[in-house]
Ligand binder design. Structure first.
Ligand SMILES: Cc1ncc(COP(=O)(O)O)c(C=O)c1O
Length: 362
């Protein structure tokens, strides 16, 4: 035994920084529908992905990654320069890279609440002072005004502003005009702003083209939602060439794995099928929401690949009825979503048995 205890960095030693127990995670039952993590389980897109994976050449497995072709093709598809992009392990990797490169202990990080959980985790990990702007409950769902964000930016003078658009789990968005005002407000106080577009193109408005004109803007994108590639852990950040260069400084030796690089490169040829899948999931979402409303339940549509339903007095009955069929998030602690259950979007066909079951017990 070592006669002393080795201490990690103070922000890592902080007991408030804790992560889920990696030995205890329960694998999900393949017999159920998986609508709990906002993945894309559309069978038709899964078929396209499976074909792409089957056709990968042996060098996708036995070589270290050669990423230049993907940088070129992705940049082309986004109408950006390869110098503006950083491939990352999911959009989560892009978010972490921003913290790693820019956040020193004591820096103020402004984010919304509730939001993607890793914003508060990375704030703790890098010793930042996190300032959370709460969504307020209302009959129309979670409410936060862009004016409140702009005011908080001016008052708190953060080093970094983190804003998913759509936000998760709220599903809320700011219109593009207001996004521009928020980005400009961050620029006025010398803050970097990270716009997290994990749910693009379920919500089609994007700030990514503005990375050509704002040097303080980073846009993070996922392949885990629309592209159906959550398991490959590949995403990217887009920024000005200067900021992208900084993010490349903190990348691991190889920023993403070769299998993911080959797969995403080929999937870019299937953007049409990805868009068809997005439309199928949106149609499934519309069906589910309209049927829940018909049964008298309050719903929140939101702009991501997920939606909320409040089963109110029937909640226990509905949860018991759905238990053998589907994984979903039953409830939230946050006041703005209290009483709502969240379902990831799937196809109308896959939603139908759930609708039937809910109708039976309602
Ligand atoms: C808002 C938001 N950002 C980022 C992510 C991370 O996605 P990825 O799988 O690309 O790391 C998620 C995942 O749920 C999310 O909801």
């Amino acid at each position: 035994m070592t006669p002393y205890i080795i201490q990690p960095r103070p922000s890592v030693a902080d007991p408030a920084l804790s992560r889920p127990d990696w030995t205890k995670a329960q694998p999900r039952d393949p017999a159920k529908l998986w609508l709990d993590k906002n993945e894309n389980c559309d069978p038709e897109l899964s078929r396209v992905v499976t074909e792409v994976m089957r056709a990968l050449p042996p060098e996708a497995y036995f070589t270290y990654p050669d990423n230049a072709p993907l940088y070129a093709k992705l940049a082309d598809s986004l109408e950006l320069f390869p110098e503006q992009l950083v491939l990352t392990a999911g959009s989560d990797g892009a978010i972490r890279a921003v913290f790693e490169a820019y956040i020193s202990p004591g820096d103020v990080v402004l984010h919304t609440n509730p939001t993607f959980a890793m914003y508060s985790v990375y704030s703790r990990m890098y010793g930042a002072k996190a300032v959370a702007l709460d969504y307020q409950p209302s009959d129309d769902g979670p409410q936060l005004l862009s004016a409140q964000i702009i005011e908080a930016i001016a008052k708190q003078r953060p080093k970094l502003v983190c804003l998913p658009n759509p936000d998760s789990p709220t599903g809320t968005v700011f219109p593009i005009r207001e996004m521009e005002l928020i980005i400009r407000a961050a620029g006025r106080v010398g803050a970097l702003i990270l716009i997290d577009e994990a749910y693009f193109p379920f919500h089609a408005e994007s700030c990514i083209a503005w990375t050509r004109r704002f040097d303080h803007l980073v846009v993070a994108r996922s392949t885990g939602k629309a592209w159906g590639l959550a398991g490959l852990r590949i995403g990217y950040a887009a920024a000005s060439p200067e900021v992208a260069k900084v993010l490349h400084k903190v990348r691991p030796m190889y920023e993403v794995n070769t299998v993911a690089v080959h797969a995403f490169l080929r999937m870019l040829d299937h953007a049409g099928e990805m868009m068809q899948s997005v439309r199928r999931l949106q149609a499934g979402k519309d069906l589910f929401l309209s049927q829940m409303a018909r049964l008298g339940y309050r719903t929140l549509k939101g702009q991501g690949n997920f939606m909320h339903v409040a089963f109110a007095a029937n909640a226990d009955k509905v949860h018991a009825a759905l238990e053998p069929l589907v994984y979903y998030r039953r409830d939230f602690n946050e006041p703005c979503l209290k009483g709502y259950s969240r379902f990831s979007a799937t196809t109308a066909q896959l939603f139908q048995p759930l609708i039937d079951r809910i109708a039976e017990v309602s």
